[in-house]
Design a binder for this molecule. Structure first.
Ligand code: HEM
Length: 489
């Protein structure tokens, strides 16, 4: 039965949800592990929108594509704010676009992003993405055991080259460390409901041994990591302007507006922080899926052999002739939903939906995992099955494309989504064309398959995946020197 709550003073009806306790509300209801699964369970009991109140903060979780579209897209003027995290001021993160409140500064950043990351202009970045995919193939031939480091390296280096025109060949470049650490700090510090200081602001003044104030032990590292990235992007943007380097379109805005270097560098920091880990985590899903599903791997390789042939590596022009590989990319984005609850939006005005009151300042989360694991749309959703996106050997447009869910919604939709999808496609196609991927054997000769244990946090990933890579042809092994040394890739 449905427990609908009435605010005694205003006689308003909040959406239904689990019964909480006095004062703390639903604090103890929020599971720390895979909360998206619990929210889906609750939605079967309470309906698609669930309401919780945690220490006076209103939280709503939307569990269906319809509710998400109705609110985040159709009513985007009201549902595009972000909540005010105390962590933003503790870590001086006002520059980070993902966390920005809905308003003029955010609008200005968003306009710049659209100009330089829209789906037309990103085609200009494809040569860089292709070059980096080939560099990854080369690195995998030489040191397959370091496949995760190499993958992270080429993704970070692609973003850096697109933004600044700076090509880095050193996997130990300090930029990569800044990017990784800053993203990790963001993941730990910004999962709604995970830190008590967001509810009890006085905890910021308490010593770290005080219950609930242990975040203070981690604060200096988070601060140093996020500052490191910001300082790096600021210096790069400034020197690009000063030296008037012939760099990519993205920095051009900076060159014409020196005064705006700070906001340009902030924008770059946001790209790097939001972009490097998300694409990397999607590729971790790919590696795990390939180890577990040799049949899928084989089918993709047959398609690549047919379309690309044995004497070259895949290119973007091949994409439209590779429906199975494209379906495989979609399934990687769906199967493990790396931002399972999206990045929370917040309401900037009171609103009524379906008869329920959603007050101004409510944190609203889209259960992306529930949408992408809805068995009505994706039968047997726990299974990795690219075929679900195909009909008559072509992409079936009737099946919801996971990129339209996993990269968020409405005015806050991920501006890097087209860029990310291209990177993921070219890397997956290049690797599958070049290598057979399998599970390494333990000392008894038994394959070590990934157990698919996920990390917890705002962004999740398969924690432990091990693979071996075997070059599929003499051509690949021979190309490696050429690929590694030459710039003609
Ligand atoms: C598979 C890869 C990616 C995934 C799954 C992803 C997912 C997301 C999600 C869920 C959001 C929040 C959307 C919302 O509030 O509704 C977001 C925002 C954002 N993403 Fe991505 N992203 C990816 C790659 C990238 C890349 C490559 C870049 C930059 C080059 C990027 C830059 C951003 C920025 C700047 C925002 C903030 C937008 C705003 O708050 O207005 N992302 N992303």
């Amino acid at each position: 039965y449905i427990i609908a709550r009435h605010s005694s003073s205003r006689r308003v009806l909040y959406p239904p949800g689990p019964q909480g306790w006095p004062i703390i509300g639903n604090l103890l209801n929020i599971p720390r592990f895979k909360p998206w699964e619990r929210y889906l369970e609750w939605s079967k009991q309470y309906g698609p929108i669930i309401y919780m109140n945690v220490l006076g903060k209103h939280i709503v979780v939307l569990n269906t594509a319809k509710a998400v579209s109705d609110l985040f897209e159709i009513r985007s003027a009201i549902y595009s704010d972000r909540t005010r995290f105390i962590m933003v001021s503790l870590l001086d993160l006002e520059w980070n676009m993902i966390l920005m409140r809905y308003g003029n500064s955010w609008r200005q950043h968003r306009r710049m992003i659209h100009t330089y990351f829209n789906d037309e202009i990103i085609k200009d970045y494809q040569p860089i993405q292709q070059k980096k995919a080939r560099q990854l193939v080369s690195l995998l031939v030489q040191r397959p055991d370091r496949f995760l480091e190499h993958t992270r390296f080429v993704l970070g280096a692609s973003i850096l080259e697109v933004i600044y025109g700076t090509s880095i060949d050193d996997p130990n470049h300090p930029f990569l460390e800044y990017a990784e650490s800053a993203a990790q700090a963001g993941i730990e510090a910004f999962l709604p409901g995970s830190l008590l200081v967001e509810f009890f602001h006085f905890l910021r003044y308490m010593p770290s041994w005080f219950p609930g104030a242990d975040f203070k032990n981690r604060l200096p590292k988070w601060y140093a990591d996020t500052r490191g990235l910001h300082n790096f992007t600021f210096e790069e943007a400034k020197s690009n302007y000063e030296m008037s380097k012939n760099v990519s379109a993205v920095v051009y805005v900076g060159k014409t507006q020196y005064i705006n270097i700070t906001s340009i560098s902030s924008l770059h920091g946001s790209y790097i922080e939001a972009g490097a880990d998300t694409t990397f985590f999607t590729l971790k899903t790919f590696y795990a899926a390939m180890v577990l599903h040799p049949d899928v791997q084989k089918r993709a390789q047959e398609e690549l052999a047919r379309v690309v042939g044995p004497e070259r590596l895949p290119e973007f022009a091949d994409r439209e002739h590779l429906p199975y590989v494209c379906a495989l990319v979609k399934e990687c984005l769906r199967w493990i939903t790396i931002v399972p609850l999206g990045v929370a939006h917040a309401t900037s005005e009171d609103n009524v939906y379906d008869g329920y009151f959603i007050p101004k300042g409510t944190i609203v989360m889209a259960n992306q995992w529930a949408i992408l694991h809805n068995p009505d749309e994706y039968p047997d959703p726990g299974t990795f099955e690219p075929e679900r996106f195909l009909k008559d050997n072509a992409i079936n447009e009737a099946v919801r494309d996971p990129i339209t869910v996993t990269t968020g919604f409405g005015r806050r939709i991920c501006p890097g989504r087209h860029f990310a999808e291209s990177s993921i496609f070219i890397i997956i196609a290049s690797i599958l064309h070049s290598f057979d991927i399998s599970a390494p054997l333990d000392k008894y000769g038994v394959p070590m398959y990934p157990d698919l244990k996920l990390s917890t946090g705002l962004v999740v990933h398969v924690e432990d995946v091990k693979c071996t890579f075997k070059a599929r042809s003499q051509y690949i092994s021979e190309q490696v020197v050429f690929i590694h040394d030459g710039d003609t890739m």
